[in-house]
Design a protein around this ligand. Sequence first.
Ligand code: AMO
Length: 437
Amino acid sequence: MKINVNELKNHVDEEIVFSGFVDAIRDKKWVMFVILRDATGKVQMTIEKSEEANKELLDIMSELTVESTIRVTGKVLSNEAVKLGGLEIIPSKIEVTSKALPLPFDFNNLDGVNIDTRMDYKWLDMRNRRNTLIRQVESCMTEGMRRYLYENHFTEIHSPKLIGAASESGSDVFEVKYFDGVAYLAQSPQFYKQMALAGGLDRVFEVGPVFRAENSNTNRHATEFTGFDLEFAYIDSYEDVMDLEEDLLIAGLTAVKEKYGEEIKEVFNTEVVIPTKPFPRIRLKDLYQELHDRYQFDIPTEDVGDMNAEAEKLTFKLAQEKYNSEFMFVVDYAATKRPFYHMRDSEGKLQGYDLIWRGMEITSGAQREHRYDELVKNAQEKGLGKDVEFYLQFFKYGCPPHGGFGIGLDRITMLLLGLSGIKETQFLFRGPNRLTP
Ligand code: AMO
């Protein structure tokens, strides 16, 4: 097995095999320094020119382009003069495992490189440490949240993405040819995570793709993104759902801070802040008032009962200024603006929320309507007929009270690292004009 750069310190004076990219070649008069790179870091390989035995190695390296990959057999030496971790590899054998053509751009300096070019060559863009770090941080955040859920007896499920009817709003759904008929791409695992509860599992979650046919070119919308969704039973109110989301995010952010906090500060100049509980919670009506009084902002008529991008930005400002918090739950949205499966209380008040973080909505959640008759009424009010008939069946044979939420994982990663947009954040961005690579 290959030894990684971050493990070399445990193998000083040993003969090892190292494989990686050729990051740089510094050909000096008496010595050739080759910087090698793998996913864990960089190391120097030193080839003395005066040694007769090194002639073959020098021949191989002098013909090689940077970004080629090699497999080196050699000895690890400790050498204080070496800037890269005080270690060097003295090779006895070098095999070229792949040869690189000249690169279309310098991934170490992405400043002037167009985002579309970067996306076209995503695998080169990613060789910049900043971009591999994005993936590692997202993975760490997911791991931290998953661990929290496993420890709290959640079961991970995998629901189908090919479905027979729209799962959220009918207008944002992708239709695909399905043999002689049509199918749709799931806009959310919403109906199926609830079905799992009707099936007797009382705590479930899913991390998976979510498809939205939204023809919008903003920094926060993708046509395919990763949803972190969960649902749990026997709650008393949507307050329980918000409580759990607080713990979940704290678990994820703590994992990220422990493992990558320092590097994030160094590379992205951003602090990972672990929030304290409870996150502030505000009614939409009161929020409108605060935004008006403090920032002279009034929600446009078409968005009354809901939020818009500007309101989300100012909500973050308010959260920081008034509550010293980066997070803010907003409750009491208008039922007309929310899905039919959100519960309303006896006065018709919606039992759902959005969570705003660093100026953007990252989550929608709610207590769900689990009473069959009420649910049918809500669906009828929204003019939903045949499409939701299969879903309504789940509530006919006993179903515990429950609630849950869906987090946009890409948005979390973007905000966590202070990135400029979702194109830069996603492993492979999908938008109205992009389906490749
Ligand atoms: P909602 O539609 O609000 O709720 O989606 C949940 C979260 O997903 C993220 N998000 C997006 N991210 C990137 N690109 C998009 N086009 C996009 N659309 C949404 C946001 C959002 O908060 N079924 C409910 C969740 C639930 O109630 O459990 C739902 O899908 O961060």
